[in-house]
Design a protein around this ligand. Structure first.
Ligand SMILES: C[S@@+](CC[C@H](N)C(=O)[O-])C[C@H]1O[C@@H](n2cnc3c(N)ncnc32)[C@H](O)[C@@H]1O
Length: 270
């Protein structure tokens, strides 16, 4: 009897970015659970997996996680998902829950994992996936953090008391920006206008917008006014990187010598 659930992060949408171990776990599974918004929606994670793993003979179970931040509305769905998973796991089937990106970063799996950890009715193994923020950084080819630098990964807005996420940039944004060397803003599509305004005045930062990173519909651009009139996809991320002058060309004495050397080269060639 296996009595274990695997959760595999399948990365941002490019099947080449599924880890070898994640692929192996999915190939060996009998049942694949995938999160969807509603009965009629398709699973982004399953579409990614389908591109490289034949799914014939596997049972596919859609688990509904409605797009609500109201916890009292969402909670029954978490428990219903948990019960469906438990039934299959306890029956001895090899079960895998697939999620887009990494399973522990703002993921539907987190709510189920809390129930699994509380109830301790079966074991769980988590296979990390490449997260959207990692793909974004790799596309703009900038170091994320180094040395004493601070990295922040956050959603663009906060939840109101009612549990609803606002369409407004979070109030603590400026404070967060002050202490961070790199900030990744997830769920950023709806706050692009505000972000553009707040950040346009700032110096010594680079800001990039990424949509559907790591898919064939990837769109990456520096943050600019044109993005305001665009219909931005839910899979949108913003990367802010503070520009530090880290690559020092040497001491003043050395710089002076360098100038003398280059001047003498110049004179020789003159
Ligand atoms: C529910 S969270 C899932 C995050 C995911 N677990 C991860 O590790 O990236 C959804 C948010 O992640 C970001 N996201 C996920 N995939 C993305 C992609 N391929 N390109 C850009 N942003 C993405 C977007 O900000 C989106 O609103």
């Amino acid at each position: 009897m296996v009595n274990k659930l695997w959760c595999v992060g399948v990365g941002p949408g490019d099947p080449k970015l599924i880890t070898l171990y994640g692929k192996q776990v999915i190939e060996n599974s009998d049942v694949i659970f995938c999160p969807v918004k509603s009965v009629h929606s398709e699973s982004f994670a399953l579409e990614t997996v389908r591109k490289i793993i034949p799914l014939e003979g596997k049972e596919i179970v859609k688990l509904i996680f409605p797009m609500t931040t109201k916890e009292d509305k969402a909670r029954p769905y978490w428990f219903s998902a948990y019960e469906k998973i438990k039934e299959k796991v306890i029956s001895g089937k090899k079960c895998v829950f697939i999620v887009e990106g990494d399973p522990l970063i703002f993921s539907t799996f987190n709510s189920v994992l809390e129930i699994i950890n509380q109830k301790k009715e079966f074991d769980v193994e988590i296979v990390p996936g490449i997260s959207s923020f990692q793909v974004m950084a790799s596309k703009v080819k900038l170091p994320v953090v180094d040395g004493d630098e601070v990295l922040v990964i956050m959603p663009a807005s906060t939840k109101e008391k009612s549990g609803c996420r606002t369409a407004q940039l979070r109030d603590d944004f400026e404070k967060i920006l002050e202490i961070s060397s790199a900030v990744f803003i997830l769920k950023s599509g709806r706050v692009i206008n505000q972000l553009t305004e707040v950040l346009s005045e700032r110096e010594n930062i680079k800001v990039f917008f990424g949509e559907l990173c790591g898919t064939e519909n990837e769109f990456i651009s520096e943050l600019n006014d044109e993005l305001k009139s665009r219909e931005n996809h839910y899979f949108s991320i913003v990367m802010i990187k503070r520009e530090e002058k880290k690559v020092d060309s040497g001491s003043d004495e050395k710089k002076e010598k360098d100038v003398q050397v280059s001047q003498s080269i110049f004179h020789r060639n003159d």
